[in-house]
Design a protein around this ligand. Sequence first.
Ligand SMILES: CC(C)(COP(=O)(O)OP(=O)(O)OC[C@H]1O[C@@H](n2cnc3c(N)ncnc32)[C@H](O)[C@@H]1OP(=O)(O)O)[C@@H](O)C(=O)NCCC(=O)NCCSC(=O)C[C@H](O)C(=O)O
Ligand SMILES: [Mg+2]
Length: 290
Amino acid sequence: MTDARPLRSLLYMPASNARAMAKARSLDCDAVCLDLEDAVAPEAKAEARAALVAEVQAGGFGHRRLIARINGLSTPWGHDDLAALAQAPVEAVLAPKVDDSANVQALSAGMDAAGFAPDVKLWVMVETPRAVLALERIADCARVTRLAGFVLGLNDLAKDSGIAQLPGRIAFLPVLTMAVLAARANGLVILDGVCNAIEDTARLEAECVQARESGFDGKTLIHPAQLATCNRVFAPSEADIAEAESIVAAFADPANVGKGALRLNGKMVELLHLAQAEKVLATAAAIAAR
Ligand SMILES: CC(C)(COP(=O)(O)OP(=O)(O)OC[C@H]1O[C@@H](n2cnc3c(N)ncnc32)[C@H](O)[C@@H]1OP(=O)(O)O)[C@@H](O)C(=O)NCCC(=O)NCCSC(=O)C[C@H](O)C(=O)O
Ligand SMILES: [Mg+2]
């Protein structure tokens, strides 16, 4: 079944930051990601893990999807993270720094062994050079594991590849495109990486537009100030909605019954555009229902 819930914005916060986690319950984000990995110092890992579990069990996050980012299974904390989260009401576990399909299989098996409910998904970060080279194999794991999402991690990818994080992200474009294609070929959701420049709204907007045009569902964020721009860019615009409504109306017109292609406002529209239009309207309705 298609999931019509919007996934425009995922806001990360360190699970060691109680104030941020409390604030998340009132922020306009589609998902929150409580982080145990890079935002939490090694000496604070155990305390952050306990705080994360307590926060999600306390509830109050409403429509926001709850995602927990664990430490990698090769670190001293990864297995304890999985064990602690198994009974926690999260929608997905996000795993960092996977390199290939074997990592995904191990993570999914680890979730099974830890006792996660069958509907809890596995999302993985695409943030190592090896992962980029193995995108197809990794995404293909969705057939036989819990894998259901990709999240780009361009800070780590920049660090390990030497690719510079510059405005425009030209050197990253092949990665963005290949990650989207691998995700779509396997039914995964896919979110763009973060924009570190908290105060540069123009840069954030440009990255959101680029990601939206590249096919991403949404973008990951690091600060509440980034939410409004991201939510606006990834939501269908008024023009998108008006166009979608006109396509649906045209195909519903009795004069067009049985036609597969129409001329509408100077453009060709086919049944595939009807399907796209219906998706736009479903997303817009889901956002409006918030
Ligand atoms: C980046 C920050 C450290 C900035 O912190 P600070 O300067 O203290 O923020 P503000 O004073 O502007 O905060 C104003 C209020 O907003 C709340 N706040 C701030 N950030 C968040 C947040 N992320 N979620 C929820 N609420 C937040 C503050 O509590 C203030 O509230 P109030 O006191 O009521 O006024 C900080 O923003 C931060 O820690 N951001 C998240 C960092 C993080 O999680 N990093 C890890 C994920 S990113 C990553 O790893 C990418 C990937 O793996 C890759 O490789 O690229
Ligand atoms: Mg990272």
